[in-house]
Design a protein around this ligand. Structure first.
Ligand code: HEC
Ligand code: HEC
Ligand code: HEC
Ligand code: HEC
Ligand code: HEC
Length: 361
């Protein structure tokens, strides 16, 4: 009996022990470099001013219970203490915390335990065997390779952290998959496309899976093609349609605000401008609140999965008129950024996701 307890404890100990990101650099320099520029490498309060801003106002901070670590610094060597209400908070000198959503952590996700308020990743007990999806591979002198994990083969290893997050009132604060519909969704095909350059320095290959994780912060241009902007003129005006091919809402985090700008230029004069906002606001009693106090969805005009949203304009066009449609967003609604004391300009600057120009003939 005691031997089993010992074995179990040893497994837990090893499971918390992740090879540092730095140790992957020598053989996977391209992937390492891309990853450094991704939100997975910057998911900590040290590198993400938006995450820091929300954490600093979160009630759990007073108790020093950095529960966010489950997803934002899951490779921390003191994860258990970090999430407990004991006053121990994030420590910038701890390299395992700086490693954020670490290489070895992701590549050791053996299974995903579905649950509430959040899912849990089950980490494999073998610290030096990494799951992958490239069946035909050469051996690695540094680690074992296991290509039999269905989560990796289905491009679905993301759902332990990205599926949903409920607050204490059971409200789904942020969700890629609110209704549990994306069973076999391939997150990887859109967010980790194959790009030129070798997988490792040990064998020349034409492409590798991109580890810069295009999303709301970076590399949006790689995702543009999954959303079409259509222009449908008729006698009395025109329609603009946003045609989403996404399995999830256009933006997911409730801090965001998207906008659709439509302008008409006649000759060299702008004769019309309109802005529609797309938001998902959570709150209570019909008013917005911070996520931890929210009991309901107050308003949701965000572009939904696979939705085709049509905007109508009763403005008769003349030959040669140019209609410009811009779909963009801000990572944080400006009033919210102010409330949270987030000063970094990147939080509120408008990001143009896609733009299209149509000339009426
Ligand atoms: C279940 C996993 C999970 C937990 C626990 C979690 N987060 Fe997150 N968080 C995510 C994921 C996934 C994203 C990315 C979502 C997106 O971009 O839509 C995210 C994004 C964010 C963002 C947006 C960051 C940005 O740069 O725009 C903020 C702010 C945030 N989380 C705050 C927190 C805080 C504060 C806590 C702890 C009190 C926390 N999160 C706990 C998974 C989690
Ligand atoms: C000494 C060199 C070396 C180091 C260091 C190294 N790897 Fe590898 N790794 C390889 C080689 C070689 C391959 C196989 C590449 C191929 O077949 O083209 C590989 C393949 C992989 C694969 C892909 C498995 C598959 O078939 O899909 C993963 C995942 C991986 N490594 C993760 C890591 C992580 C995480 C680290 C750091 C903790 C790391 N590697 C450090 C050499 C290395
Ligand atoms: C251990 C938890 C975890 C896992 C597993 C995970 N992510 Fe994330 N991911 C996060 C967190 C946390 C953030 C938000 C970081 C922040 O903004 O501070 C995030 C952010 C993102 C973003 C937003 C990037 C941006 O620019 O805004 C994308 C896209 C993403 N993840 C895709 C994926 C994909 C695809 C997978 C599966 C291959 C995956 N993630 C697996 C935790 C995780
Ligand atoms: C958010 C989770 C996540 C993180 C973090 C992550 N990877 Fe990966 N990685 C994946 C997934 C998923 C695949 C499989 C992609 C596919 O099926 O095309 C993959 C594929 C790979 C491959 C094989 C590439 C190919 O094209 O065959 C290597 C090598 C690798 N990762 C190494 C690393 C290294 C090194 C780091 C850190 C610098 C890292 N990964 C960070 C999820 C992750
Ligand atoms: C058909 C392509 C496609 C698929 C499949 C897909 N996404 Fe996305 N994803 C997008 C696009 C497009 C965006 C919006 C880009 C942006 O935020 O600039 C996006 C945005 C995101 C964001 C950032 C949202 C925010 O508010 O910060 C996260 C996180 C994300 N996706 C995770 C996932 C996960 C996890 C899966 C798998 C369940 C997935 N995506 C599947 C195309 C896709």
């Amino acid at each position: 009996m005691s031997r089993w307890i010992f074995l179990f404890a040893a497994t837990l100990l090893l499971a918390g022990n992740f090879a540092p990101n730095e140790s992957c650099k020598s053989c996977h320099p391209l992937i390492w470099e891309e990853y450094q520029g991704s939100m997975h490498a910057k998911a900590t309060i040290f590198k993400d001013p938006i995450h820091k801003g929300v954490w600093e106002h979160h009630p759990a901070r007073k108790k020093g219970a950095y529960k966010c670590a489950h997803c934002h610094t899951p490779a921390a060597d003191n994860l258990k203490e970090l999430v407990a209400p004991n006053g121990i908070g994030p420590d910038p000198k701890n390299q395992s915390q700086q490693d954020a959503v670490a290489c070895a952590y992701c590549h050791r996700i053996q299974a995903i335990h579905k649950g509430d308020p959040i899912n849990r990743n089950i980490i494999s007990p073998k610290p030096r065997v990494y799951f992958g999806s490239r069946q035909e591979h050469i051996p690695s002198p540094f680690h074992g390779i296991d290509t039999s994990n269905p989560n990796f083969l289905k491009g679905n290893v993301c759902m332990g952290c990205h599926s949903h997050k409920r607050n204490k009132f059971g409200l789904n604060v942020c969700s890629t998959d609110p209704n549990g519909e994306i069973e076999n969704a391939n997150c990887v095909s859109c967010h980790m496309p194959q790009v030129p350059g070798s997988v490792s320095t040990l064998k020349e290959r034409p492409t590798h899976a991109f580890h810069g994780f295009p999303g709301a912060h970076f590399h949006q241009e790689m995702l543009q093609d999954y959303l079409e902007i259509e222009f449908l003129p008729h006698l009395k005006g025109f329609e603009v349609a946003l045609n989403s091919k996404l399995p999830h809402a256009f933006l997911l985090h409730p801090a965001r605000v998207a906008f659709v700008d439509v302008t008409i230029t006649r000759g060299d004069r702008q004769i019309f401008h309109d802005r529609k906002k797309l938001v998902r606001i959570i709150g209570a009693n019909g008013r917005p609140t911070p996520p931890w106090l929210a009991r309901e969805v107050v308003k949701d005009t965000m572009l939904q999965p696979n939705e085709k949203r049509i905007f109508k304009y009763d403005i008769p066009l003349e030959k040669g008129d140019r209609v410009v449609v811009r779909l963009g967003y801000r990572l944080v609604k400006p009033p919210l950024a102010k409330k949270l004391g987030i000063q970094d300009p990147m939080a509120t600057k408008p990001i143009i996701f896609k733009e299209a120009t149509f000339t009426y003939r």
